[in-house]
Design a protein around this ligand. Structure first.
Ligand code: GTP
Ligand code: MG
Length: 206
């Protein structure tokens, strides 16, 4: 599939009623600077839809995007930003917890980790958080263009070990080359189709 219709819906400091609430949601989570906003732009083939920055901590809000009027993609604020104080960190944790608890239509989280680095404690906490909330997730290993093919397997193995996932659950990704794009678009399409099929089934039962 290709995404033809995409638009920015809103930014919010916590999960609240927004235009289109009730549609299936897919969220993008990960450390600051890991490439969340770049991935959204690459998926949608738009250069400036989601604001990217070489300064970590750019996205501090839940940014909501409309995909084909069928799904809401949520760009979550990054974690692990070294310069934030304890108060900021607590604010972030409350925002995330609020989101995971309050969204009744969140179907999947794309959890981004940098393919070059061993996942951090914050990364492991995020995976733990998702498991605790029972939210399905897929690991996206970003910036795959930055390491050689030969080194790749070793890096993926380290990610698997740290996050307790299987190699086939990790999608190598590059916003530079578009690697992984087809796989993630297929996940997006399946998520929308599953949600719609469940909606139809629920209607038929009324
Ligand atoms: P926050 O909003 O601060 O949490 O960051 P983010 O996760 O949204 O990261 P963003 O997309 O802004 O990217 C951070 C930096 O990494 C930018 O300079 C991007 O150009 C670069 N970058 C992102 N993805 C890739 C990638 O796949 N390959 C390479 N080489 N660079 C990337
Ligand atoms: Mg961002």
């Amino acid at each position: 599939m290709e995404i033809n219709r995409v638009s920015f819906v809103t930014s919010m400091d916590r999960y609240r009623d927004y235009p289109g609430i009730g549609l299936p949601e897919m969220a993008v989570a990960g450390k600051s600077n890991v490439g969340k906003s770049s991935m959204i732009n690459c998926l949608c083939r738009r250069r400036k839809l989601a604001k990217t920055s070489s300064t970590p901590g750019k996205t501090r809000l839940l940014n909501v995007f409309d995909i084909e009027g069928r799904l809401r993609l949520i760009d979550l604020p990054g974690y692990g930003f070294a310069k934030v104080d304890k108060g900021e960190k607590q604010k972030w944790a409350r925002m995330m917890e609020g989101y995971f608890a309050d969204s009744s239509t969140l179907r999947l989280v794309l959890h981004l980790v940098d393919i070059r680095h061993e996942p951090t404690q914050d990364d492991r906490d995020m995976t733990g958080f998702l498991r605790a909330y029972g939210i399905p997730f897929t690991i996206i290993a970003t910036k795959a263009d930055k390491i050689s093919r030969a080194a790749r397997m070793r890096h993926v193995t380290a990610i698997c070990r740290a996050l307790q996932v299987q190699p086939w659950e990790v999608i190598p990704w590059s916003s530079e080359t578009g690697e992984g794009r087809e796989a993630v678009l297929a996940i997006l399409e399946k998520t929308m189709a599953d949600a719609e099929a469940e909606g139809m089934a629920a209607l038929e039962q009324v």
